[in-house]
Design a protein around this ligand. Structure first.
Ligand code: RIB
Length: 281
């Protein structure tokens, strides 16, 4: 009997709880869960598959009712061997885009990348660097493809070998790659997320490089910090809180009706233009 086994809990697996993107996302989940009398439990496994399996195994043993999985280290195997046999509803989101027939909340990363390219190209930038991790999760791959094609459509060529600076999606990642970015003498940098951009801000400040006069910096996400840095960060906005709320709704729908047809929700993104981007001088 499913009711008897219900613990009224939802497990939420995120790659990095230190990133405000995921704390705001979780806040959205919390509100909806609370109204439905469910308790969300968040786990951050820092992209480590073993830790992730440990949390998942424990959650299953404790009869978790459903899972929201945003980290890419939960593999298709884990889903097939742990979640499916135990009939545990799950929702894949963000970095986790394993091909399966489950419910999905999809943000248009390709569109996000191409809007970013359009913005920088319209300002007149031609020498542009992108900062992203070496191993691209699917959402980031789409983000980058959208960006590259957006530039191409405006006659700007982007060479992935030369113009991409590899950095993990953290403040430290952005900070540590400051010299690698500058070496390429760009007039603009598109950062894979806002945290990277904020780390780069510090590196640029230490070198007395002015944003946007010497270098335009663009982020991605629109985390709360984006309007508290100087200059305020131009970024691609994901509706983060709403993404959390919708994820919770989708998983609760599924818990209430295992047989219902597949839920697919597409969410658009948009440009939030602030002061960190300008015309190249
Ligand atoms: O900052 C978190 C980033 O990682 C976001 O861009 C989100 O899409 C995730 O992949």
């Amino acid at each position: 009997n499913l009711i008897l086994h219900s613990s009224k809990t939802i497990g939420v697996l995120v790659p990095n709880i230190g990133n405000p993107f995921f704390s705001t996302f979780f806040r959205g989940i919390q509100t909806v869960c609370r109204n439905a009398h469910y308790l969300p439990l968040v786990f951050s496994a820092s992209n480590d598959e073993t830790t992730e399996k440990y949390y998942l195994g424990n959650l299953v043993e404790r009869s978790v009712d459903g899972l929201i999985i945003a980290s890419s280290s939960v593999t298709a195997d884990t889903i097939d061997n742990i979640l499916k046999p135990n009939r545990i509803p799950y929702l894949l989101f963000d970095r986790n885009q394993i091909n399966d027939d489950g419910d999905r909340l999809q943000v248009d990363d390709y569109q996000g990348g191409s809007i970013a390219a359009e913005h920088l190209a319209k300002l007149g930038h031609k020498r542009i660097v992108v900062m992203m991790p070496k191993q691209l999760t699917r959402n980031l791959r789409k983000r980058l493809d959208g960006f590259i094609n957006g530039l191409l459509q405006r006659g700007i060529h982007f060479n992935e070998e030369q113009d991409l600076v590899a950095a993990p999606l953290t403040k430290l990642g952005g900070y540590e790659q400051t010299d690698a970015v500058l070496k390429r003498r760009p007039t603009a940098v598109f950062c894979g997320n806002d945290e990277l951009a904020i780390g780069l801000y510090r590196g640029l400040h230490e070198r007395e490089i002015q944003i946007p006069e010497d270098l335009s910096v663009m982020g991605y996400d629109n985390i709360d910090l984006a309007e508290y840095v100087t200059p305020k960060l131009t970024t691609i906005e994901q509706p983060i809180l709403e993404l959390g709320e919708t994820s919770a709704r989708l998983i609760l729908n599924r818990i209430n009706d295992l047989q219902m047809s597949r839920q697919l929700v597409d969410v658009p993104v948009k440009l939030t233009e602030r002061s960190s981007t300008g015309r190249p001088v």
